[in-house]
Design a binder for this molecule. Structure first.
Ligand SMILES: *Cc1c(COP(=O)(O)O)cnc(C)c1O
Length: 414
């Protein structure tokens, strides 16, 4: 293929014309000054049906049903929406996914639950007690902070793991660091910086073979790569819903707990709306069955409205087609970077099988360039120390937009 800029530019039109998902780009609210949105991995754009859906929610559900809404509609919604996300995006049979708190809070709950469960199992056995948590040294901050807090509070050791800048966890690395002392490992399905898509099936197998548990943070994976939690034997997973699930700022995250862990699942923040009979006001906490017990206090129902609209779009398009477009978008973006920004280093896997839906390029002028681009309506993001991150949300992004954005980026970096 040609790396001639004019031919690369002309190819955007050809790619858009051949794109079976092209019509979906019109299903998003346009931005006032938007030239190219290259940050769909940080905050997805609003689906065009969201204003009407919010209006309908306020009139029909909130004003229309008032307090009756809890019994009639809302108490079951965290699990119903969880099931839809599970079916459309996670490869999860129903009853294992719930929409609840922020990603951060859910990571804490799941990891704390995993520790409690493993320690209870250790207490029943005669072997040595497990006392290690495994996490990558350059994992997303919130994940590291939780691991450090839980280690201090429960007298555990953190096993920090180094991975190359342009990669992430591999089965080989997992086999080298997970052992008989490991309680749990917390890994990213798609790494937030490099976009490394881990071989999640194999890493899960390696961790479970050591009788440890794996918690997958799928914040950058959900809605961008197809996931198969049930088939892969995943223990626990959590993910963001304002990135590729376009739920809007502050949209609640989802958590998945494999059914085999439900009987012993213990929410470290027990609350009345995760109890078996929320309105019975009884003494003593008796958890709801299964993943519903992960709910603590009142779930953010209003914040699920925009998310639901995007889940409907994903159900209609299908994750297989979304993945195919994602691969085409990131491959085209890498071609453009190679041709137009030869001084940049692509710090993202070139192997499509290991790449999520964003790319990070490193260049010494990144910070200044991104600032300048934002003022022009070209919106990638900057990642310390020298990365420009380009997130290509498959349903809202056209090939022409990628070409416009990276051409502007090339100008700004030079
Ligand atoms: C975006 C992201 C989060 C976000 O956590 P919040 O609690 O929603 O702020 C967590 N982990 C990873 C890996 C992320 O990319």
């Amino acid at each position: 293929m040609s790396s001639n800029p004019a031919e690369l530019r002309a190819r955007a039109a050809v790619l858009d014309a051949a794109d079976p998902l092209a019509a979906y780009t019109a299903h998003f609210v346009p931005g006032d000054d938007l030239v190219a949105y290259l940050d769909g991995n940080s905050l997805g754009r609003p689906v065009a049906s969201v204003p009407a859906a919010l209006d309908a929610f306020v009139r029909t559900e909130w004003a229309g049903r008032l307090i009756r809404g809890w019994d009639e509609l809302w108490l079951t919604r965290p699990r119903e929406l969880g099931d839809r996300i599970g079916a459309a995006c996670l490869g999860a049979a129903s009853g294992q996914t719930v929409v609840a708190d922020s990603t951060t809070v859910l990571i804490f709950k799941l990891l704390r639950a995993a520790i409690a469960d493993q320690q209870a199992a250790d207490a029943r056995s005669t072997g040595t007690a497990r006392d290690e948590l495994v996490v990558l040294a350059d994992e997303f901050p919130t994940d590291r902070y939780i691991v450090e807090r839980l280690a201090v509070d429960h007298g555990l050791t953190v096993r920090w793991v180094d991975a190359p800048l342009d990669a992430g966890i591999t089965p080989e690395l997992a086999a080298a660091v997970v052992g008989p002392r490991t309680i749990a490992a917390l890994f990213s399905g798609v790494a937030y910086r490099s976009a490394w898509w881990a071989d999640m099936a194999e890493v899960t197998r390696v961790v479970r073979a050591k009788n440890a548990r794996v918690v997958w943070d799928c914040s950058h994976a959900v809605g961008s790569v197809p996931l198969e939690f049930d088939a892969w034997g995943v223990d626990y997973a959590v993910g963001c819903s304002y990135k590729y699930l376009n739920g809007g700022p502050g949209a609640p995250a989802w958590a998945y707990v494999a059914e085999r862990h439900h009987a012993s699942l213990r929410n470290p923040i027990p609350g009345w709306l995760g109890a078996a009979a929320p309105f019975s006001m009884t003494e003593g906490y008796s958890p709801a069955a299964g993943v519903g017990s992960l709910v603590s206090g009142t779930p953010p129902i209003l914040n699920m409205v925009a998310l639901t609209e995007m889940v409907s779009l994903i159900e209609a398009a299908g994750m297989a087609a979304i993945r195919e477009k994602s691969v085409a978008l990131t491959s085209y973006a890498i071609e453009l970077v190679d041709a137009l920004i030869p001084a940049a280093t692509v710090s993202t896997p070139r192997d499509t099988a290991r790449r999520g839906s964003h790319l990070t390029i490193d260049h010494p002028n990144s910070a200044v360039a991104v600032q300048r681009l934002w003022a022009q309506g070209v919106i990638p993001d900057f990642r310390h120390p020298s990365g420009v991150r380009i997130g290509l949300s498959p349903l809202s992004t056209s090939f022409a937009e990628v070409e416009r954005g990276i051409r502007a980026l090339a100008d700004a970096l030079s």
